[in-house]
Design a protein around this ligand. Structure first.
Ligand code: GDP
Ligand code: ZN
Length: 356
């Protein structure tokens, strides 16, 4: 397997050349362990640790290697390595962790396409999809809507036309992973070197889809056995893996647990009282979830704000943040053109292959 097949590109090569470290080797992070990483340079995987120098140099957690990251490594023996630096990311999917300050944690990097999976059942929720869309637009990856469980759906047209109006230009695919129908259309996002990640609520069928794409019934995750630092055997799960098509899938616990977070936008009018109280929060960017010194939570506890009203405030805030981006229809159309071109390129390749 080559670096290209792992997603290496000319811009990554440029970033790597700028390091002027011919002694290092580029490699992609396939798994993030507790304090180790599994990396692949194309010729098998190595267990890597972070160099002391890099750990000291970084200012925030967001600079730590994430699944999908490209790193520059020092090879150590046949199976070990030291990560010297992380190359610039083309896209990143993050979550904010509430600590003393809200900190960004990168869950997956260098993702080309994010499949936003939902099920065409009772639980179908347009608002939730909007929030996932906002998250993906933020990441730099291309969102693709996957509407699964078509076999259980009543009125697919009503749903697709509603989605067309909230996400003009966003590619959309109706499938049934159970009946194995419609999945051919997903192949064009999974050409060699392409990386896809999945988001969506639990139970919508993400694992089933990944299994279909892998062409086997087993768990999508591939357990790996290796020796840990003390020479014990441990079994862990690979988080970035190759499909038979040559594309890659990122499936990490982090993506699974991804909660929708949102930026704090001013919502004047309806929630003036909450905004007023929020000026008393200890942190200016307080999300009023579980931060210490949160005046809004105190007010809820004291019965000054009704809990349901706060939930509505959160919802509206998220929608507002999304609407701000939704106005950018140009971005949506450009993404559509990109997706079309991508799919066309893949078709051309397979046609050429078919002929030769
Ligand atoms: P995940 O939590 O998103 O990974 O969802 P799973 O892949 O575990 O699927 C949840 C349940 O939905 C399982 O019982 C699947 O068999 C079922 N399921 C997945 N895809 C389909 C589908 O296309 N149609 C129907 N009817 N059920 C499906
Ligand atoms: Zn607060």
């Amino acid at each position: 397997m080559t670096l290209m097949e792992l997603g290496w590109s000319s811009s990554l090569q440029q970033s790597f050349d700028q390091l002027s470290r011919p002694d290092l080797t580029p490699a992609r992070v396939t798994t993030v362990l507790k304090d180790h990483y599994r990396v692949s340079a194309g010729n098998g995987e190595r267990l890597a640790r972070l160099s002391g120098r890099y750990s000291f140099a970084i200012a925030t957690r967001s600079e730590l290697p994430a699944v999908g990251d490209w790193v520059a490594i020092d090879a150590v023996g046949a199976s070990r390595a030291v990560v010297q630096t992380v190359l610039p990311r083309r896209s990143k999917i993050s979550r904010k962790i509430a600590g003393r300050e809200v900190e960004e944690q990168v869950i997956a990097a260098n993702v080309d396409t994010v499949f936003i999976v939902s099920a065409l059942t009772q639980e179908f929720n347009t608002r939730r999809i909007e929030r996932y869309l906002a998250l993906v637009w933020d990441s730099g990856a291309l969102p693709v809507l996957i509407l699964n469980k078509a076999d259980l759906a009543n009125d697919i047209d009503a749903i697709t036309s509603e989605l067309d109006s909230i996400a003009p230009g966003t590619p959309m695919h109706v499938i049934s992973a159970m009946e194995n129908s419609g999945l051919e259309a997903l192949q064009c996002y999974l050409a060699p070197g392409q990386t896809v990640a999945f988001v969506g609520s639990s139970g919508v069928g993400k694992s089933t889809i990944i299994n279909r794409l892998l062409g086997r019934e087993a768990q999508p995750t591939l357990p790996v056995r290796e020796h840990d630092d003390r020479g014990r055997h441990t079994t862990t799960t690979r988080e970035l893996f190759l499909l038979p098509t040559g594309g890659m899938v990122i499936d990490t616990p982090g993506m699974r647990e991804l909660r929708l977070w949102h930026s704090v936008h001013g919502l004047s009018g309806a929630f003036d009282d909450i905004e007023q109280i929020a000026t008393g929060c200890r942190y200016r960017d307080c999300a009023h979830k579980s931060e210490p010194g949160c005046a809004v939570r105190r007010a809820v506890d004291a019965g000054l704000i009704e809990g349901g009203r706060l939930e509505n405030f959160f919802k509206l805030e998220a929608e507002q943040a999304f609407l701000d981006r939704k106005l950018d229809v140009h971005a949506a159309l450009a993404a559509k053109a990109r997706a079309r071109k991508l799919c066309k390129d893949v078709r051309d390749v397979s046609r050429r292959k078919g002929r030769s």
